[in-house]
Design a binder for this molecule. Structure first.
Ligand code: COA
Length: 447
């Protein structure tokens, strides 16, 4: 399969520095036979890429070799992009999404349009696979911005001294379930318990990815963490007959970072015990601080703040940002129709009514009636909002700071009612996804 303009000319061995290569270049889908060459290419660009990390990308349960798009020059790979297929929980809706990873152009071929050409082909491929939103993490947002990507979502974590956390837990007498709760590393046959607990926590969340049992097995096997603890209820949990039903929570630790901590609903006691266990580990390893990654609304952030910690919730974390691109905005608005209708009903918006979104050259019309909400493209009526593609992306995905965008004149409502409608239909939500899905493997063995 090819995605670029058909190649027609002969390829010269040393393209001149100023030649616009993308006029001749073609984008190809990779095959299994390309894997070895792809690894060598990626290793030459990303020095930190390990063989184990590359091997684990091939083991992703939804991986196909054609998810890698290549540009070749005289049989040699000069550019590469990898698409991963995921599904994102967004309130009551599940959105098919695609992640973009390892986009790279060989250094000697950069600055000739190949990067942008491959990015556009990748976006078409994502959309052809049914994804409605593209996701990536990057240090170079300017490059992606021109192709319609917007900074959207942010990491959310708190950092505090482990000894002060332990002191705070003791002072508040929160550690009192000794003997009733047992915390130890996961055993492989207990993975169904992780599926169950994660799934319970997923309902109504905005941003986390869906995880099937096969996906969980892949996550566990790729070992992007030092230890995955499970918390089991009951006094005698070393017994081999213990079942996965006894597991009431888990925590994933990577160095000083607690990259995920999830429990059954209403089990704050379990969350505290898991936090304490990770802090005890850190103290034993001679680490001073822990960083806790949990959703913005998690009560543990307050606890770390009370222990003298700091809360980080900014778009750029160590130079890296999360970006999103709407691949099919109309289909996405249709998928979100029920959610939009529920928000309009709850806020008592007058119905029937029409609301328009004028996004650069495109216009979308939402028609709300008592029965539901439909989305169409086309002329916008009286109540409308004019905005650029980046703010549109953030508004639809619940990550727009409305006060700031209005004050800066980036979003322009036609009337006061149009502003109220915008805020009701596309409110800010706690958009967040745990970092575990994206962390590089720590496996050291060569494969
Ligand atoms: C990022 C990368 C893929 C761009 O490839 P490229 O072939 O040089 O890109 P293009 O020639 O299509 O550049 C298109 C535009 O993006 C700009 N651009 C290129 N690299 C950029 C960067 N690192 N940061 C910001 N803008 C960049 C170019 O200046 C050009 O703008 P112009 O048209 O105004 O001159 C390439 O630099 C690369 O492989 N970098 C190392 C790997 C990497 O960082 N990948 C991203 C991982 S998320």
């Amino acid at each position: 399969m090819s995605f670029g303009a058909p190649s027609s000319t002969s390829l010269v061995s040393q393209p001149s520095r100023s030649a616009p290569l993308h006029l001749d270049a073609q984008v190809f889908s990779a095959t299994r036979a390309d894997h070895a060459a792809i690894y060598c290419f990626l290793k030459s660009v990303f020095k930190s890429l390990s063989r184990a990390e590359f091997a684990s990308s091939l083991d992703d349960p939804r991986y196909y070799p054609c998810d890698r798009l290549l540009i070749k020059w005289q049989q040699r790979i000069v550019a590469h992009a990898h698409v991963v297929h995921r599904a994102m929980q967004f309130g009551s809706v599940v959105i098919p999404v695609a992640g973009l990873q390892w986009l790279a152009v060989a250094p000697e071929y950069r600055g000739r349009g190949l990067g942008l050409m491959l990015l556009e082909a990748t976006q078409r491929y994502m959309a052809s696979c049914g994804a409605m939103v593209g996701l990536l993490r990057t240090r170079i947002p300017h490059f992606f911005r021109r192709a319609g990507w917007a900074i959207c979502g942010r990491p959310n974590y708190s950092e505090a001294c482990c000894q002060r956390i332990m002191a705070k837990l003791l002072e508040r007498r929160l550690l009192r379930r000794k003997g009733l709760l047992h915390i130890r590393p996961l055993r492989r046959w207990e993975i169904p318990a992780l599926v169950r607990i994660y799934q319970q926590d997923l309902l109504g969340a905005y941003g986390p990815l869906q995880r099937s049992e096969a996906y969980w097995r892949w996550l566990v096997d790729r070992q992007a963490f030092d230890v995955l603890y499970v918390a089991l209820e009951g006094p005698d949990q070393d017994d081999m007959r213990v079942t996965a039903d006894c597991i009431v929570g888990y925590a994933v630790r990577r160095g000083e970072q607690i990259v995920e901590l999830t429990t059954q609903p209403q089990r704050s006691d379990v969350a505290i015990e898991l936090l304490a266990r990770c802090c005890a580990d850190a103290i034993e390893d001679d680490r001073r601080y822990v960083m806790l990654h949990t959703p913005p609304c998690c009560f543990l952030h307050d606890l770390l703040l009370q222990a003298g910690g700091v809360h980080h919730y900014q778009a750029a974390d160590q130079g890296e940002v999360l970006m999103a691109r709407l691949l099919d905005p109309l289909m996405l608005l249709r998928l979100l129709g029920e959610q939009l209708h529920a928000r309009a009903t709850a806020a008592g918006l007058p119905m029937p009514m029409e609301f328009g979104l004028a996004v650069e050259e495109r216009e979308y019309r939402l028609c709300l009636t008592r029965e539901g909400c439909t989305a169409q493209s086309g002329k916008v009526g009286l109540y409308k909002l004019r905005l650029n593609i980046a703010d549109f992306t953030r508004a639809v995905l619940g990550d727009l700071d409305w006060d700031c965008a209005l004050a800066e004149g980036r979003v322009v409502p036609s009337t006061l009612l149009a502003e109220q409608m915008s805020r009701v239909l596309m409110p800010t939500v706690p958009l967040w996804r745990p970092p575990l899905d994206d962390l590089p493997s720590l496996r050291s063995t060569d494969v």
